[in-house]
Each structure stands twice: as C-alpha cells, then as structure tokens.
Write a protein that binds this ligand. Structure first.
Ligand SMILES: [Zn+2]
Length: 438
C-alpha cells in the first residue's frame, strides 16, 4: 500500500515536471518566433439573472432639491472659475451640509454589474446628477486608496501609498479639517474598514506611508473631528492611546449601544471614538454594525454638535471583495452601501434638515468586474485582476449644488468644487501643520 502510494506520488511529480517543462518550451519557442505567449488567469463566476427587475426606489418627492437654489445658480459653468467662488463667499454658502460616500474600489463596471444582477435596481442609480472621475495618481494610471483618498480629501494628486501630503512631503489640509476649523461645523468619519486604513486616514492624517498606523491614529485623535466610527486594531489603539483620546474629550467604545448609553447618562458633550471589532467571516476586513445603522447614529450626533456638518462614509467591503474576486461579497457589500445612501437621500429630502448635498464617489476600481454572457437565466461575470484598474469611477450627486459634479473630472476636482459650495475659502491649502496626540 505504502509502495503504491509512493509510486503514485512519483508519477504525479513527473507529470507536473513535464507540464512545467512543456510550458517553458512553448514560452521560449514563442519568444524566438516573435509570438507573445502569456500565462493568464481569469476568475469567472456565474449568477442568477433576476427575472423581472424592479425599478430603483423612487427618490423623495422633493427631488427638485437637486436643482440650483439661490446663489448656487452661479455654479452652472463647468470650469472651476474663481469668479463664481468670490461671488459665493459674499452670499450664504450654497450648501449647508455634506454627506460624502466612498465605495472603496467601486468602479463603474462593478456598480453596473451589481445593478444588473439586483432584483431591484440600486437606489444610487436614481441620483439625478452624474459625473465621471479619472482616478490616476502621481504613480501612474492606477491609483491606490492612499493617493485616491488624498486627492478627494486635499485636492492634490500624490503618489500611491501617500496619505494627506504631496510627493514633496508637504502636508496638505484636508476638506474635513478645513470644515472642522469653523465653529459652525461638526465633522465625522464612518467606515467599515479600520479607522486608520488609507481612505479615512487621508481625511485626517498626513504621513508618507499608509502603513504608519500609529502616527495616523495619533493624528486622528488630535484632530477636531466629532465622530470617528470604524474598526479599531487593538495593536494600534492601545490602552494608553485610548486614555489620550479620553483626555481629548472622546467617549471611547466598541459598540453603538455604549454611546447611546453615554448620551442617556448626560455625557452628550463628548465626541465619539468607536473602535468596532471585526465582523465574522474570513478575508472580510469589515467592522462594526451595518453601515446604514452607523451612518444614522453619526448623522444624529453631528446634528446635535453643529449648525452644519460634514460626514464621510466609507464602504471598504467593495474593495476587499474585488481583491479576492468574490462576486457574492461584492453584491452584498455594495448593496449595504446602497441602503445607507438611500437612507441619507430620504434624510436630505426633508426640508427641515437643511441644504444637504449627498455625493457618492469611488477612489478607484478594484478587480475589473464585467458581466459578459447571459444564457438560460444565468449571467457570467469575469474578473480581470486581483488588484486595481484604471477604470473611471462614478460620481453621483443629489441636493443643492449637485449640478456642479457633472462631466469627466480629475479626482482632485471633487473637494475643490465642494469647498466652494460650502464657502470654505482658503482651500486647497499650501501647507498645514501636523498634530499628534500623546
Ligand atoms: Zn484596494
């Protein structure tokens, strides 16, 4: 028996060697003859096509809010003209509040594929104003979340893996920091990733490498943000760092219930630092309660703390699913984001909540997903890569000032246009100071 196994093993190894040698010969002969031979791998998945697709949930009846109101009509021109900005600063800002959603890795092809496979079309697909974003970084056509997040946050292009600074090492003020400097503004970040991950970090930290989690965490705690809700790696958010956060008037908790309890105990003055544990499931990188729930809690808190607010909401799962070419995870996590967007659209449509602009953007595409065939009620989808692609990303807008976000634009245009609508003069900023909590 043992000998038979040994023999089978030897035959198997010989076959493997033969395959490798043959592949090598084909490659060498191909090279010599000038025929390019490439060894490629493509993940193919199949999914059931919805029989009768329901339309996307209707936008609230007040969708006229997407049209310009008052002075924001001046923002009709596509060019980022300074004349419009000067005029706007003399009047009340066109936009009072912003909720900026970032679907990490949610390129146009991923969004379209998930929409095509959904039993009900995505709520995002009903957002009345659309633009397209070129996501190239200073490293080339393909961006990572560090450079992509930095472009959205600071209005400057940078090299991949850099956070909140230009390649020359100059820290640039982010739009979230610019808003937080105004007393009227309450600001916050919600993410399903860990808080120190590249996208949230790009809005509050300035470091040369996205893996420098300790300085990123210290800078986030030293910031003026009112709400920070995401995953908290225990190795980064140590007891001493948690104490530093408490000294800076953060209530620190690992669940939403804890914060609600603190509010009931009259501790509503505290800021929120939510360090959620990882959700169950391998390769997921997802943290905390469902995104709509966390987003709603953050919105409520921000409204208590300021006359105006700026909230960043990131879904990390779309990127993580793209990196492992998992269609079910992609669909699940993109739809979770869609539910959070739908909820904020309903909120923004209520006149009592003020002039709230809702934007949905993506820092880059991950995976290069495409629906390529349909047969017998099933669809075939193909992934192109386990990494990022140069596909344009969607920019969807609803609310006052939304019409400023049309056309094909560089990712750096997003915060620049936003700053003008919010009346944040002096943005983008030449250089800014870095502060770290001790
Ligand atoms: Zn990625």
């Amino acid at each position: 028996m043992r000998n038979a196994l040994r023999r089978a093993g030897r035959v198997f190894m010989a076959l493997c060697t033969l395959v490798v040698v043959l592949a090598g010969m084909v490659y060498v002969v191909g090279q010599v003859m000038g025929i390019p031979v490439r060894i490629t791998y493509q993940t193919v998945a199949s999914a059931e096509l919805p029989e009768d697709q329901q339309p996307a949930p209707a936008l609230p009846t007040d969708s006229a809010a997407a049209l310009p109101t008052g002075s924001s009509a001046d923002f009709g021109s596509v060019a980022d003209s300074n004349a419009a900005a000067t005029h706007a600063e003399t009047a009340a800002p066109a936009v009072q509040n912003v909720v900026l959603f970032i679907g990490d890795g949610m390129g146009l092809s991923m969004l379209a594929t998930v929409d095509a496979l959904a039993g009900r079309r995505l709520a995002m697909s009903r957002m009345p104003v659309t633009g397209l974003v070129r996501t190239n970084s200073r490293s080339g056509p393909i961006s990572d979340s560090g450079a992509g997040g930095t472009a959205f946050a600071t209005g400057f292009k940078t090299t991949n893996a850099t956070i909140g600074m230009t390649p020359d090492g100059q820290a640039r003020r982010t739009i979230l920091e610019a808003a937080a400097r105004r007393d009227s503004f309450a600001t916050g970040i919600v993410t399903t990733s860990y808080l120190t991950d590249a996208t949230p970090a790009a809005f509050l930290a300035h470091v040369r490498d996205r893996d420098l989690y300790d300085p990123i965490a210290r800078q986030m705690i030293a910031s003026r943000a009112d709400v920070l809700l995401g995953g908290g790696q225990p190795t980064v958010f140590t007891d001493s760092l948690r104490r530093a956060a408490r000294r800076r008037r953060f209530a620190v908790g690992d669940s939403l219930e804890g914060f609600r309890g603190a509010g009931a105990r009259g501790d509503s003055a505290a800021r929120w630092l939510g360090l959620f544990p990882e959700r169950a499931g391998r390769f997921d990188k997802m943290h905390g309660p469902p995104l709509p729930e966390v987003t709603a809690a953050a919105l409520q808190k921000l409204r208590q703390r300021g006359e105006r607010f700026f909230l960043l909401v990131e879904q990390e799962g779309t990127d993580a699913a793209g990196h492992i070419n998992r269609l079910p995870n992609t669909r699940r996590d993109l739809r979770e984001l869609d539910r959070a967007v739908a909820q904020v659209l309903r909120f923004a449509a209520r006149p009592a909540t003020g002039r709230t602009l809702v934007l949905v953007a993506a820092d880059h595409d991950t995976g290069g997903l495409a629906l390529t065939d349909t047969e017998g009620g099933r669809a075939t989808v193909r992934w192109n890569t386990f990494s990022h692609t140069a596909t344009w990303t969607p920019l969807l807008a609803y609310g006052p000032g939304a019409q400023r976000f049309t056309g094909v634009m560089p990712n750096t245009a997003l915060p620049r246009r936003l700053a003008r609508l919010l009346g944040l003069e002096g943005f983008p900023q030449g250089e800014t100071q870095i502060r770290e909590a001790r």
